[in-house]
Design a protein around this ligand. Sequence first.
Ligand code: ZN
Length: 235
Amino acid sequence: MLLLGAALAVAGRISAGSRTVPAAGSAALPAEAPKYVALTFDDGPRSDTTSRLLDGLLTRGASATFFLVGEQIAGNEDLVLRMRDEGHQVGNHSWSHAMLQGKSNAVVDREISRTDELLRSILGDGSYWVRPPYGLLSESQKKRFSVPLVHWSVDPEDWKLRDTGKDVQAVLRQVHPGAIILMHDSVPPSVDAALEVVDTLQAQGYTFVTVEELLRLYDVTPQPGVFYLSGTEHH
Ligand code: ZN
């Protein structure tokens, strides 16, 4: 009762006398600000690891964003459809995971449009946002894109650690509301780590949304050729 009274006093809802009455229509305790975070996965699809990840996200009610490598899609079309049908965002991570920074326009256009066309043939028309391999593009190259670009604010370097426990610790050390977390569904320990991260952060009140949803929740209007690092940072 003491705690409840203190919380109500902080919220300015305490009444005269000894009885406390919440303001009409409000909860008895002040609501904590909602915390949203976007998990993103690069370098898939890979049949065994990506399907296991999708199963785990589904049971947890967590949405994520997948940046797919075009040449790995053949034979995994069912996973791409699952991503869309289960509420995830699907994006483009080039055709062959080529470094695009500094490459000719012809190379960049081919790497991006080939994957874009394949995604359209599987999922239909849509805006397939891009994460270039290594997150790298030159300033002049950014201007050529007709869709938003996605960077990240949390990087556990899971592709290098390949250790579920260390991956989880690295994410939890860096995470913040509005974060875009970079992980890789092609790496087996990363799948277990991502699901453990979801369990831990959901228990802390976080909700897992797609990058597109995250920007909308932060009142950001996504612009083509701009890199989004989190709900509040872009360049
Ligand atoms: Zn990659």
